[in-house]
Design a binder for this molecule. Structure first.
Ligand code: SF4
Length: 161
């Protein structure tokens, strides 16, 4: 597996320049298709249990309904769980994620909130308008990092540097 943080921070300026390049050169629909294909290609073989960078570096965010659903599912006392979280803009958050175990297993993997299920959003639509998030996630997620590297090849970005 890539040493994600080190490698991506070395390339972060380049990735921000690539974002500006894509804004000026990429077609919205084609870019979504390319993102989706690369997302499926890399997540097909990715074992997130060996990584967990997003849980460690970004943490967790969930709505009150999601929190209730998790507590009902595991038969937990909601107030005790709330003590591990902070409230921010109507969400319950914590970083690093308090549900990540030392062996990298996830205590709530049977009942994940939407933000965990959907991270890093590289198969979502309108990526052209979310490139700042994508670039920031390249510092965290090895798949996002690799997707950007592949897109640089596809768009022949190297000849612009
Ligand atoms: S950072 Fe990416 S590869 Fe690592 S666990 Fe999270 S989603 Fe999976």
């Amino acid at each position: 597996m890539l040493e994600v943080k080190e490698v991506s921070e070395k390339k972060i300026d380049e990735n921000y320049r690539f974002r500006t390049f894509l804004k000026g050169h990429a077609d919205e629909e084609l870019l979504d298709k390319q993102f989706k294909e690369l997302h499926n290609k890399y997540f097909k073989d990715m074992d997130c249990r060996k990584c967990r960078n997003c849980c460690k570096k970004l943490g967790i965010s969930m709505s009150e309904e999601e929190l209730k659903r998790i507590c009902e599912h595991y038969n937990w006392n909601i107030n005790e769980v709330k003590d591990k979280l902070e409230e921010s803009y109507g969400e319950y958050v914590a970083s690093p994620c308090p549900f990540l175990e030392e062996d990298n297993s996830c205590k709530i993997d049977e009942c994940l909130p939407k933000s965990c299920k959907e991270y890093p959003y590289t198969n979502k639509e309108e990526r052209l308008f979310s490139l700042l998030t994508v670039v920031n996630n390249s510092k965290v997620c090895p798949v996002v990092y690799q997707i950007l590297e592949d897109l640089k090849e596809i768009y022949n970005f190297r000849s612009y540097r």
